[in-house]
Design a binder for this molecule. Structure first.
Ligand code: HEM
Ligand SMILES: *[C@@H]1O[C@H](CO)[C@@H](O)[C@H](O)[C@H]1NC(C)=O
Length: 483
């Protein structure tokens, strides 16, 4: 038997298998079992475990809030992320989660961190604007998605450690190395979801798993180095004045409770925040810019709102002077910008699908019976496009839908606008993310008119756990001011 007939037979068998599976599904559906019978969901099961998918707001409130303790992050998922996430807030349930959540939400609501992050975002945004200005003067197009990924890493590093990583300029060799290891490790962890043999590969330390191990080592050495350095500084100077970055805040906390807050624990906390905050924010700003290119009128309206609320915006030739004018108080007044970002997240939620595992048998509000160990997923991306939730214009980008007649932002139920998750585990960085997204949007929209480099190139997402743009976002920026 030659190689070609072997390949042919292989594909023929595979095709037959798929056909049989589809046939089985059709028989199952048309035998009436799944229609109107809550024991059979429309999409049911996989080979390995049972899962169901929902867009019903009542079901979502039920699993994320009403029965919060009965629906947890499953072992299957935890297993996959543990090597990178450790015992960080993302990768734990129950008491361990509760304790970290309490500590972190306290820190995130402090004035110190709010002001410090605002200042850090402003400085990085000014840096970003200067780079874009240089490119635009040379009349070149560029990948703004890539630039924003660097921008968010720089910003979160500054807020997390008070360290300048300088990924935007790429001047710091260590910084660029860390960024590469960090992005690669993230992607490789997500690969595990579609690679059933990852545990074997890890045990043998081969292929993707050996690369992942190496990347995690690079990350760990870098982060542990920073923690040691900070501990020494804090010990040496032993100042009473408050350090402002997240790591220092937790280190100070650890003086009170040194047994519990170990270096490993600090590493996990910090890394979880970085993973949570970096890609989701960079992706959302990118989708937002894409929407502004597709809807120039919205871009102009935001520009007008900036001029209305930020002094000196009309003649923003000195970038540093201009960003200094951006304060939290002013950001809060900009309802149209807030609505536009929210509208972006409705259509492009950073986490398109998310779910929980049932700890016991249960019945969802729509009548569907869940068995112990089943996964229940909610489909954030699909929900944003459903007319029964958002009206006939569900697929249109329309910031106005979030505003009342006097232009004041009207929030929706978090179980319906689900981009930040909801219930007790709602995104901890929501305000943080809005602050950062607003600052960088204001700077970009005020200084430039942004358009797609190629109107005919299809912009779409890459299939992974977070909603990445496939192939980046190539744009041109025209300076609004001469200077
Ligand atoms: C537009 C940007 C963002 C989006 C769309 C987003 C979305 C989400 C979602 C969907 C979850 C729930 C994940 C799950 O548990 O299944 C989550 C959790 C979380 N997010 Fe965000 N996030 C964003 C930005 C940020 C930022 C900037 C930070 C921090 C600096 C952050 C910190 C967290 C943390 C710590 C959790 C875990 C909360 C917990 O389990 O109690 N996020 N986020
Ligand atoms: C795994 O493999 C890499 C090379 O592929 C090697 O550098 C590393 O030391 C190995 N790690 C362990 C724990 O065996």
């Amino acid at each position: 038997m030659d190689i070609f007939s072997a390949i042919f037979i292989f594909f023929a068998c595979a095709l037959l298998g798929i056909l049989l599976a589809v046939l089985g599904l059709i028989v199952k559906i048309y035998s009436g079992k799944s229609i109107g019978n809550p024991n059979y969901p429309p999409v049911d099961g996989t080979v390995f475990h049972h899962e169901c998918y929902t867009t019903d707001v009542r079901n979502i409130e039920h699993i994320l809030k009403t029965k919060f303790d009965k629906y947890v992050k499953g072992e299957y998922m935890m297993d996959i992320i543990r090597d990178l996430f450790g015992e960080g807030i993302f990768a734990v349930n129950g008491g361990k989660w509760r304790q970290q959540r309490k500590l972190a939400s306290h820190e995130f609501s402090t004035r110190v961190l709010r002001d410090f992050s605002c200042a850090a975002f402003r400085r990085s945004a000014a840096k970003l604007a200067r780079i874009v200005l240089e490119i635009s003067k040379a009349k070149q197009s560029f990948d703004i998605h890539d630039m924003l990924m660097r921008y968010t890493l720089d910003s979160i590093f500054k807020v997390g450690f008070a360290v300048d990583l300088n990924c935007l300029e790429g001047t710091n060799k260590e910084g660029v190395e860390f960024m590469k290891a960090f992005d690669e490790a993230n992607a490789l962890v997500y690969w595990r979801f579609v690679d059933p043999s990852w545990k074997l590969k890890r045990a043998l330390n081969i292929t993707s798993e050996s690369v992942l191990r190496w990347n995690i080592k690079v990350i760990d050495e870098f982060v542990h180095g920073l923690i040691k350095k900070k501990r020494r500084q804090l010990f040496k100077y032993h100042t009473t004045d408050m350090k402002e970055d997240i790591l220092s805040r937790f280190l100070q906390e650890s003086e009170k409770d040194p047994d519990q807050i170990t270096d490993q624990y600090l590493r996990d906390i910090i890394l979880n925040f970085m993973i949570a905050g970096k890609d989701s924010t960079a992706n959302t700003i990118s989708w937002f810019i894409y929407m502004l290119c597709k809807n120039p009128l919205v871009q102009e309206k935001i520009h007008q709102e900036v001029e209305e609320f930020i002094n000196g915006a009309k003649n923003a030739i000195d970038i540093n002077e201009f960003v200094e004018q951006i304060t939290d108080e002013k950001l809060e007044k900009m309802h149209y910008l807030h609505a536009s970002l929210t509208e972006t997240l409705r259509l492009y939620p950073g986490v398109p699908v998310d779910g929980r595992t049932a700890l016991e048998d249960d019945v969802l509000p729509d009548g569907y019976k869940v068995k112990k160990g089943d996964d229940v997923y909610y489909l954030a991306y699909a929900m944003g496009r459903m007319p029964y939730l958002w009206g006939d214009d569900a697929e249109d980008f329309s910031p106005e839908r979030w505003l009342d007649h006097s232009g004041v932002f009207q929030p929706e139920s978090p179980f319906k606008f689900i981009a930040f998750h909801a219930g007790p585990r709602i995104c901890l960085g929501k305000d943080f993310a809005y602050r950062q997204m607003k600052i960088v949007s204001i700077v970009l929209v005020q200084l430039f008119r942004i358009a797609l480099a190629d109107e005919n190139r299809r912009v779409t997402y890459r299939t992974m756990l977070t909603l990445h743009l496939d192939g980046g976002l190539h744009v041109c920026a025209l300076p609004r001011f001469q200077g």
